[in-house]
Design a binder for this molecule. Structure first.
Ligand code: UD1
Length: 365
């Protein structure tokens, strides 16, 4: 009997996590496998630059359903996604709800499904920063508290879950689907259109991304960070794809260093091309610290904590905190060639999507 899985995607970092799962499901379906899927886009991210271009580049099919929730406060988005997804499930149930990552859509759909007694599987379960000021941490805790099947990226994530009482049999250490996507696209990465215009050459520029409320919601703080980054780059270009949340505050700033090159949010292949060839990356993202680890590019994270400790312990990532004064000495170490070399964490090998689908076939049999 065919069983149907809802695959939920809402915001940019979800798209690279679902792509390999969908590919593996399609491959198994062609070979007569028992699982079908319904792809549900919540519409949390809706700009082509934040959503549509990722679907095209990563070969993700058109969503079967788009809940079109759009922007709002955390509670508004959560409420709208829950209401609309509940309606969808009531009209047409699925056999399992698969959520990925830690965005608002992840938590909202997990709640709606579980309340209708539809089991929930969570990909990237169990990671914890310990920082409750991050909406993502709340989303992780709530989602994992009502998840049936946990797919983890690390042994440490599994341990975090066991500490909360999750039995070992429900935890599947499968690796990292975001890295499946990176490895399968490595040869397709391509330079963005502004590569020559900005005079970029390999290892002669930096990439910066900032979107966490703690770094970007206060305009003075954002200005101090951007000045510290620009001024410590010794005249090299700093390519800065500006997230919509950050753009709102950037408009108010003046006097930014001229080597700070603000560009639109980049599509997947262009962004990772930039990262792969950069001298170093400065970011407050979590996912990017995984990608820099695999590409062995120095990564400075402007946060006090990380839910991905393996990127620091095994990989190329270092936590600088959020004080702009920490940036210049770290950049100096990059220029001195003194940055640590990374290794690749266990099971970040490109086969995670297949492992997840194999486990789901057994679980839903
Ligand atoms: C969300 C995720 C975060 C992830 C980030 C990547 C949550 C809680 N946070 O944060 O984990 O790292 O996405 O981008 O889910 N906006 C647009 N166009 C869009 C989408 C958003 O202009 O396509 C604007 C919104 O109106 C809002 C701001 O950007 O003002 C932030 O969007 P939102 O979805 O609330 O959260 P992110 O900060 O993007």
């Amino acid at each position: 009997m065919t069983r149907t899985i809802d695959i939920i995607a809402g915001a940019r970092p979800n798209f690279m996590k679902i792509a390999p799962i969908i590919r593996a499901l399609d491959a198994r379906a062609q070979a007569g496998g028992p699982l079908a899927y319904r792809l549900v886009h919540t519409g949390q991210h809706y700009d082509p630059k934040m959503s549509g271009e990722f679907f095209e580049q990563l070969g993700i099919p058109e969503p079967h359903v788009n809940l079109e929730v759009g922007s709002g406060t955390q509670a508004e988005q959560t409420g709208a996604i829950m209401t609309r997804y509940e309606k969808l499930l009531t009209e047409k149930r699925s056999d399992l709800c698969l959520v990925v990552g830690d965005v608002t859509s992840t938590m909202a759909c997990a709640i709606a499904a579980q309340k209708l007694c539809i089991p929930v599987a969570h990909v990237e379960a169990g990671i914890r920063s310990g920082d409750w000021t991050m909406p993502e941490e709340i989303n992780r805790i709530v989602t994992d508290s009502i998840t049936n099947y946990f797919f983890t990226t690390s042994v440490a994530a599994g341990r975090n879950l066991q500490k909360t009482g999750v039995s070992e049999g429900r935890i599947f250490f499968v690796g990292n689907t975001m890295i499946d996507t990176l490895l399968s696209n490595m040869e397709k990465l391509r330079a963005p259109s502004f590569w020559s215009e900005l005079g970029l050459t390999e290892r002669n520029y930096f990439v910066a991304t900032l979107h966490r409320p703690a770094n970007v919601d206060n305009a003075d703080n954002l200005a101090r960070l951007l000045k510290a980054i620009g001024e410590s780059a010794r005249g090299l270009p700093v390519v800065f794809p500006v997230h919509p949340r950050t753009a709102k505050n950037i408009a108010k700033l003046g006097g930014l260093p001229s080597n700070l090159k603000m560009v639109e949010p980049q599509a997947y292949l262009e962004f990772n091309y930039l990262v792969r060839h950069a001298k170093a990356v400065i970011t407050d993202s979590g996912g990017i610290t995984e990608e820099t680890t695999v590409m062995n590019v120095p990564c400075m994270t402007l946060r006090d904590s990380t839910e991905r400790p393996e990127t620091v312990e095994i990989g190329t990532n270092e936590l600088l905190g959020i004080d702009p004064a920490a940036v210049p000495p770290a950049m100096a170490r990059v220029f001195d060639g003194a940055w640590k070399k990374g290794r690749i964490p266990e099971k970040w090998d490109g086969a995670t999507g297949k492992r997840i689908v194999a486990a789901l076939e057994t679980l839903l049999a």
